[in-house]
Design a protein around this ligand. Structure first.
Ligand code: 13P
Length: 251
């Protein structure tokens, strides 16, 4: 199945509202019509409204949030909920990003719960999976990403699974300048594709976008995007500069 590539910018803890306004002023004229790609921005929660305002005339560009809490509401100071994200017009939510797992200690159980809440709210969860360097060197890459995928899908029915996106982000490639080769990425994307197909069948499994992330830049984006089973890119550092991001979007 031919999917429209999904090119997503994860701004992490970068870009104030002021930065975001300047970014969009420079970026948007470089990419006047984006019909061949689904472009997604994941700004911080506090910068979100400014980006939404800046994209008002560009409804083809999607907005997402970087995280939501694993409960829908309640006494959880400092958190953001899926209902807030939906009310703000977000269409996608990142779940289980490597920094959530490895810096903030997010567990597989929490990703299970978040995936279910997001799917129930009829937003698109983008589940991130990926192995550490030690796990790769021990030959456990496939087992780790399959475990993370199984947890993410645990409470979803087939119709909900049909709406998700996946991102393979090897932990050792994130922010390190060390990218997986297109062959490495294809191999693990193939493992994820096979797991999806065995869970929901060929028709639905083949239609779920699997993005690659980890030190993607304007120099390697086209090659990674051309690799088998790579349906998009999830970009951190190289999405922060408007010119660099524009050339990745056009890759
Ligand atoms: P970098 O592109 O900075 O390696 O970050 C990747 C990432 O974590 C995107 O979610």
């Amino acid at each position: 199945m031919h999917l429209k590539p999904v090119i997503a910018a994860n701004w992490k803890l970068n870009h104030t509202p002021t930065d975001a306004r300047a970014f969009l002023q420079r970026f948007l004229p470089q990419c006047p019509r984006l019909n061949e790609r689904t472009v997604v921005f994941f700004p911080s929660a506090l910068t979100y409204a400014t980006v939404a305002e800046g994209l008002r005339e560009r409804p083809e560009i999607w907005l997402g949030v970087q995280n939501v809490h694993s409960e829908a509401q309640g006494a959880y100071t400092g958190e953001n909920s899926v209902l807030m994200a939906r009310d703000c017009g977000a269409r996608v939510v990142l779940v289980g990003h490597s920094e959530r797992r490895h810096v903030f200690g997010e567990t597989d159980e929490q990703t299970t719960r978040k995936m279910a809440l997001i799917a129930q709210a009829r937003l698109t969860p983008m589940l991130c999976v990926g192995e550490t360097l030690a796990e790769r060197e021990a030959g456990n890459t496939a087992a780790v990403v399959e475990r993370q995928l199984t947890a993410g899908l645990a409470e979803l029915d087939d119709a909900q699974i049909a709406t998700i996106m996946l991102a393979y982000e090897p932990v050792w490639a994130i922010g390190t300048g060390r990218t997986a080769t297109p062959e490495d990425a294809s191999e693990i994307h193939g493992v994820l594709r096979a797991a999806l197909v065995s869970r929901v069948g060929e028709k639905v499994g083949a239609g779920i976008p699997i993005l690659y992330g980890g030190s993607v830049n304007r120099g390697n984006a086209s090659q990674l995007l051309a690799a088998a089973d790579v349906d998009g890119l999830l970009v951190g550092g190289a999405s922060l500069d408007a010119d660099s991001w524009a050339s990745i979007v056009r890759a």
